[in-house]
Design a protein around this ligand. Structure first.
Ligand SMILES: [Mn+2]
Length: 415
């Protein structure tokens, strides 16, 4: 950053930058104090994370990309003679162009035969279900919305220094067959699907769906392990009352999840809770069950790094794995209009991305993004935020060597 000071207090700089950026009147005039631009001669640019990230790219392989190019030519036929770039096929296959192709998540391979899902490190599972919404519906279109806008992402992240295509395998298993008129049958379907993927060894990554699915997703995993599961939950809402409108709705997942024998409420950490949409019965339940609520005020006061440490401490204390539940409405509603119960005062995008990465670095047994409602969205920005949460978490797991770590808790599996 350039800093302007008067000539009397600093050394004289005579760089051409100084001359070029200085107003001409100041150069010519002798009565006005002359402004000069003061640089940082002692700053070493290798201290910049930008410098480190730029150099880290050189360490990443290209072999998966080369395989993909070859495959695209085989399946999509070589491109026409007039093309100079001979890697371009006639029919669009693989990642490019970003505006073309069949939209799986991040253009990952669609695994139609779900019995093959165990061949991958992580699997995207769509859960198109909004039967649990108590105000705006539309999250049944969340998986489609997130898949569509995920097309504009590459698998490489410069800041984290990872290339998902090179360093892990991701697939998209499509959607769970949900039953719109019956939330209990829908829960059963979801638990079966998530349990199947988890048991296979692939990391379940859920595109919701309203937050009622949080009970069914956690149950799907809890049934496949003898170990204890903690939950890190980002939300503006507590979601832990027993019933809402006489049913188990999107306000209730943690009441029922923490009734499971290996999902203790004391390992439930709820971050970002606040505003005027938190029912009193939920707070009574949180108090009774001794969950850990970190309010937005706590986030402001303690700072992001400390909040992440506290969340990890409580979620992992006596637990063997942690489920990550990200409600998009934990982000300030100005950034995520496409959601069921918008509430001002939540996280800024940069804050939530930092926190998601900071809690994921210890590993997770799965994650879900819930409450993305494309019919209320604008320019796909809410869906994009949901996608970003997922790719940032995947990138973090890769960077910290935690991809696949969840396999150790699968019942009957040694590693
Ligand atoms: Mn919420």
């Amino acid at each position: 950053m350039l800093k302007a000071e008067t000539m009397t207090d600093v050394h004289v700089s005579t760089t051409s930058l100084e001359e070029n950026t200085m107003p001409r009147s100041r150069i010519r005039g002798s009565s006005t104090p002359r402004m000069i631009y003061h640089h940082h001669p002692s700053f070493d640019k290798t201290q910049l994370s930008g410098w480190r990230s730029t150099n880290k790219e050189a360490e990443l392989p290209h072999s998966a990309w080369e395989r993909e190019e070859k495959r695209c030519l085989e399946l999509g036929l070589p491109g026409t003679e007039s093309l100079e770039d001979k890697s371009i096929p006639t029919f669009a296959r693989g990642e490019l162009p970003h505006f073309a192709g069949i939209n799986t998540f991040l253009k990952a391979p669609y695994v139609e035969d779900v019995k093959q899902v165990g061949n991958y490190d992580a699997a995207i599972i769509g859960v198109p279900s909004d039967g649990g919404t108590t105000y705006r519906p539309g999250t049944r279109f969340g998986p489609q919305g997130m898949r569509r806008i995920s097309a504009l992402y590459t698998p490489y992240n410069y800041e984290i220094g990872v290339d998902l295509r090179e360093q892990m395998t991701l697939c998209d298993v499509g959607d769970v067959f949900t039953i719109p008129a019956n939330i209990e049958k829908t829960f059963d379907q979801i638990s079966n699907a998530v349990g199947h993927v988890f048991r296979s060894g692939a990391l379940p990554v859920i595109l919701g769906g309203d937050h009622s699915i949080g009970f069914a997703t956690v149950r799907g995993i809890a049934r496949e392990t003898d170990e204890t599961i903690g939950i890190i939950h980002f939300d503006r809402h507590a979601d832990i009352q027993e019933k809402d409108l006489d049913e188990r709705m999107h306000t209730t997942p943690w009441f029922h999840a923490t009734n499971l024998p290996n999902v203790p409420a004391k390992n439930l950490v709820q971050i970002g809770i606040g505003g005027w949409q938190v029912p009193r019965q939920a707070i009574k339940e949180a108090r009774k069950r001794d969950t850990t609520i970190i309010s937005m005020h706590d986030v402001e006061r303690l700072g992001l790094e400390k909040v992440a440490e506290i969340a990890l401490e409580y979620a992992w204390r006596g637990a063997d794995a942690v489920w990550l539940s990200f409600d998009i409405d934990s982000v300030d509603c100005g950034f995520v209009p496409g959601t069921g119960w918008p509430e001002p005062g939540g996280f800024l995008p940069r804050e939530i991305l930092y926190l998601l990465g900071a809690v994921a670095k210890e590993g997770i047994c799965g994650m879900e993004v819930v409450e993305v409602s494309p019919p209320y969205d604008i320019s796909d920005i809410t869906s994009l935020m949901g996608v970003r949460a997922i790719v940032d978490v995947l990138g973090t797991l890769v960077a910290f060597g935690k991809m696949g770590a969840h396999r150790t808790i699968i019942r009957g599996r040694s590693s």
